[in-house]
Design a protein around this ligand. Sequence first.
Ligand code: DAH
Length: 343
Amino acid sequence: MSFLEQIEPLRQAALADFGAAPDLAALEQTKGAHLGPQGRFTGLLKQLGALPKEEKPAAGKLLNQAKGELEAALAARRAELELKAALPKEPTDFTLPGRRHPLGKLHPLTQVTEDIVRIFRKLGFVVADGPEIEDEYHCFDALNTPADHPARDSQDTFYLRPEVTAPGAPAPKPALLRTHTSSVQIRAMRSQPPPIRIIVPGRVYRRDNADATHNPTFQQIEGLYVDRHVTVGDLKGTVEFVFKELLGNDVKLRFRPHYFSYTEPSFEIDFASPMVRKMGKDWLELAGCGMVHPKVFENVGYDPEVWTGWAFGFGIERIAMLRYEINDIRLFYENDTRFLRQF
Ligand code: DAH
């Protein structure tokens, strides 16, 4: 058999073997047998050099053509087998129902917050925001809270270690985690002229040990209303409207005189409902509030002779506990979906 005649049968044999390889490993093996260093087709290529000079061009051309063809066939078969390997081994039953993604839900605290925000929006309030890392000015001083107030004690409040500054630089202001959302009252009033109608949902921090009714971090909602001729009547009317919308018409509210340094007069709002009765109590303390203290207006540059206002603050967890009859605040933070799915 002449050299040229040998090419065709080897080409055919290689193509047949590639096509017959049942998987990728087998394909690699047949590749070696034909195109590897000791392969049969490679053997032909090696003989090319020994051919008489006048036969070389035609033989070389034919060999190259065949080699290109074999490599293309190899790549095609490899792609085919790779696809086959990626397919499921078992036959697929396309009539089976699809796999459903479980739908998430809003956290109960988020639901309560959104409901409260929605109710206040009806009254023309907008949401305002402020940083959780605060300074003493916004958290205390500007709110007329004296330096000897227990809230400023490092036993009660989380102070952050001041950042190291250059030697000789003035000591940085102490930073702390805000103990209440009331600090945002100051930020809002300093950044815009009156009138103001804002509510501020947000996280606050206290040095409390966790138990059924305390947690070192919890959520509050602050409200602030500043305009001309605002009265305690406006405060009572607004708070009653909101809590009846939120918790039902059979709730009763009571305003009890109290002391906050940033309001005068100040009140605590107590709450009575069938749910509170079930807890064995007549009244449950729910929120602090009052008429914005003239000193606070002075601190933010509002004229206290012109402007009047009320403010309040309450804990969202407590409202959610009342609403959903939950007896341990820690359940809100454990992220156990068996608990969260219920609301
Ligand atoms: N900041 C108070 C607290 O955390 C709640 C509060 C009381 C907010 C009276 C107010 C207010 O805006 O007027 O306990």
